[in-house]
Design a protein around this ligand. Structure first.
Ligand code: FE
Ligand code: FE
Ligand code: ZN
Length: 277
């Protein structure tokens, strides 16, 4: 089963997101849990959530891949910035439980000059504060492009974070095709090799979702500029290989390409046509 979708605005609530997903031809989607800049989250309306869950069940939606605000920095040098990240994640994880069993993806953070090792330790410490044995949500670390002082720019750094998290059965990884490409993993030239490396270092059992984006930049650029499918340096053929790779089949695939709704609907249709069942 191919689970594919794009970003949908959360401003009108869950039922509206479900309906919009159907309109786009999607059977999963991503949404920001609050304004990407990290403001207050919208109040949860349980009746609205119930209507959404009905849509999701009726149309056999895959797991949702919610995204934390991208400005959140779990490994900032300043304590108040880390506290803010902790409060946002704590609140988001409570909210996620209204739609049980889905994914919450976040950027591991930027160490801002403290060094990767310190960054990894701080992000793991924050996760140890917010994860609970009761939660049904799996928290995903996103593979990063390695721009600036980002941590999670290679599989080893993600492994290092996971190793420091006590409740790491609540953790997984979201592979962003643009980010790994920009980080230097040649998914276009050697997809099997990259997947093998991922399995060796992190373990494929941890891989829970794909962010599918082409890249405006060549391999190892460390830039993180997403491009429409087939219009960047990775290419449509690699996306087709990813969709149909036995190790990746069944994972929710989320488009984060620079598109409006019409563009997303087109890309979703394109990728469905490339999926070989
Ligand atoms: Fe992201
Ligand atoms: Fe991403
Ligand atoms: Zn990105």
């Amino acid at each position: 089963m191919l689970y594919i979708g794009s970003y949908i605005s959360a401003s009108k609530g869950y039922e509206a997101m479900g309906k919009q997903a159907l309109k786009l031809g999607a059977n999963t989607f991503a949404f920001f849990t609050r304004n990407p800049r990290g403001g207050k989250a919208k109040e949860i309306d349980e009746a609205d959530v119930a209507r959404f869950l009905e849509i999701a069940q009726k149309h056999s939606f895959g797991k949702l891949v919610a995204h934390a605000p991208y400005t959140m920095n779990a490994c900032a040098a300043k304590e108040d910035i880390r506290r803010f990240a902790r409060e946002v994640m704590e609140d988001d994880l409570l909210r996620m439980e209204f739609t049980p069993g889905n994914y919450y993806n976040f950027h591991p953070g930027s160490h801002v000059g403290q060094g990767s090792e310190k960054g990894i330790a701080l992000t793991a410490a924050l996760l140890n504060e917010v994860l609970t044995p009761e939660q049904t949500t799996t928290v995903l670390l996103e593979t990063m492009a390695g721009k600036g002082s980002e941590i999670g720019r290679n599989f080893e750094e993600l492994r290092a974070i996971l190793d420091k998290v006590d409740l790491n059965e609540k953790m997984g990884v979201c592979l962003d095709t643009c980010h790994v490409w920009d980080a230097g993993y040649d998914i276009a030239g050697d997809l099997d090799g990259v997947i093998g490396t991922f399995d060796q270092i992190i373990g494929l059992n941890r891989l829970k979702a794909i962010h599918m984006n082409d890249s405006m930049n060549p391999l190892s650029a460390h830039k993180d500029r997403h491009e429409k499918i087939g219009e960047g340096h990775i290419g449509t053929d690699t996306m087709k290989q990813i969709l149909n790779h036995p190790a990746l089949k069944g994972l929710p695939v989320i488009l984060e390409t620079p598109n409006d709704d019409e563009g997303y609907a087109k890309e979703i249709a394109l990728l469905k046509s490339l999926y070989e069942g």
